[in-house]
Design a protein around this ligand. Structure first.
Ligand code: PMP
Length: 360
């Protein structure tokens, strides 16, 4: 069977050239006589793989030297606990913006560990916009402000970075990292599960300003301490070795696409094709306000549950996979991360047109 256009929200499509390279290097990596999967994480060969992955990430994202890069496990969800345990330590206060499902989970988890304030939410309009600066109530003595920069389920994204008067911003970039340039220096910490734009599941990348890595809250399990991970170069124990290797391959591919500027142009073009079509259609609609439309997750509906179900069934027959919206919102969602080619989006729009013509 040939490969299909996979619109999964994550784990999601990877570039074919990356998968081919991984396949080619599978049995015998760099003349080591073994697969990366079989290699000791303390070996010389692997040491180069992990160091190169970090070096490439620093180059691609232009990460300043005063930021640490950590390769962890436990997904972005583990960070929902690690962040308050490690960063809510000065005044034991943190502000959270709840702009969707994952930021809601992060907020709920953080409340276990200190004085957590809901600085803003768009829950009342079913998360169809990102709270604006005017809608926020920020505390000057918060240890950090947590945001989720791209809401995978609702298909919204920030078009500004909150003004916090020096309070560090901690951003969940799970579904938008590497999709466009970011000014890392504007953040206290950036984190992301790898399984959308950085490779296979199993790896979580943390980029944290070094002065924020201090003594965590008492009783913090050793595996959840940033300081231990920093002091051990992410190798306190066995890291997710193969996923880190794959991140290296993904970063080579991003570079070959013109780096993050190139990715941004590629992503704007793809999302533009889809949104332009949605905007002129009276059959499909999207609930997201224009200024917060995600480049990565495009949500839409026909406005009729039965018609949506028919659409999804027909899309599967045409070999488009994972267009069903998240179970909590319904409708449809096309996740078009970095690796989704333009042809995938063009084919989807052609199918949507055909379906509209037959069912409108
Ligand atoms: N945050 C965001 C924005 C996500 O999209 C996801 C997963 N889809 C998570 C957090 C949770 O990530 P994980 O499954 O890696 O814990």
């Amino acid at each position: 069977m040939s490969r299909i256009f996979n619109f999964s929200a994550g784990p999601s499509m990877m570039p074919e050239s990356v998968l081919e390279r991984a396949a080619k290097e599978m049995l015998n990596y760099a003349d080591s006589g073994m697969s990366v999967m079989e290699m000791s994480h303390r070996s010389k060969v692997y040491d180069k793989i992990i160091k190169d992955a970090e070096k490439k990430l620093r180059e691609v994202m232009a990460i300043p030297d005063n930021y640490k890069v950590l390769f962890l496990q436990g997904g972005a969800t583990m960070q929902f606990s690690m962040i308050p345990l490690n960063l809510m330590t000065k005044n034991k206060k943190a502000d959270y913006i709840v702009s969707g499902s994952f930021s809601g989970k992060a907020y709920k988890e953080a409340k276990k560990y200190g004085d957590v304030h809901l600085a803003g939410t768009s829950k009342e309009d079913n998360f169809s916009h990102i709270p604006t600066q005017e809608e926020l109530t920020l505390r000057e003595d918060a240890d950090y402000l947590h945001i989720c920069e791209n809401n995978t389920i609702f298909g919204t994204t920030y078009n500004y970075l909150p003004e916090t008067n020096g309070v560090p911003i901690v951003s969940d970039m799970s579904s938008c990292i590497l999709s466009k340039p970011v000014d890392v220096a504007k953040y206290g910490m950036i984190y992301a599960g790898a399984q959308k734009n950085m490779g296979p599941a199993g790896l979580t990348v943390v980029i944290v300003r070094e002065d924020l890595v201090g003594e965590p809250q008492e009783m913090t399990p050793v595996m959840l301490r940033y300081d231990e991970m920093v002091n051990n170069d992410s190798m306190y124990n066995t890291p997710p070795t193969y996923a880190i290797y794959m991140l290296g391959l993904m970063l080579d591919w991003v570079e070959s696409m013109g780096g993050l500027k190139g990715m941004e142009a590629h992503n704007e073009k793809k999302a533009g094709i889809l949104y332009d079509y949605l905007d002129q259609s009276s059959f499909y609609k999207t609930n997201v306000v224009k200024e917060n439309r995600s480049l990565m997750n495009v949500t839409f509906t026909t406005g009729d549950e039965e018609m949506d179900a028919k659409f999804i069934k027909a899309s599967v027959e045409k070999k488009f996979s994972n267009l069903k919206g998240h179970r909590s919102v319904g409708g449809m969602r096309a996740s078009i991360y970095n690796a989704m080619p333009i042809e995938g989006v063009e084919a989807l729009v052609a199918f949507m047109k055909e379906f509209e013509a037959q069912n409108a």
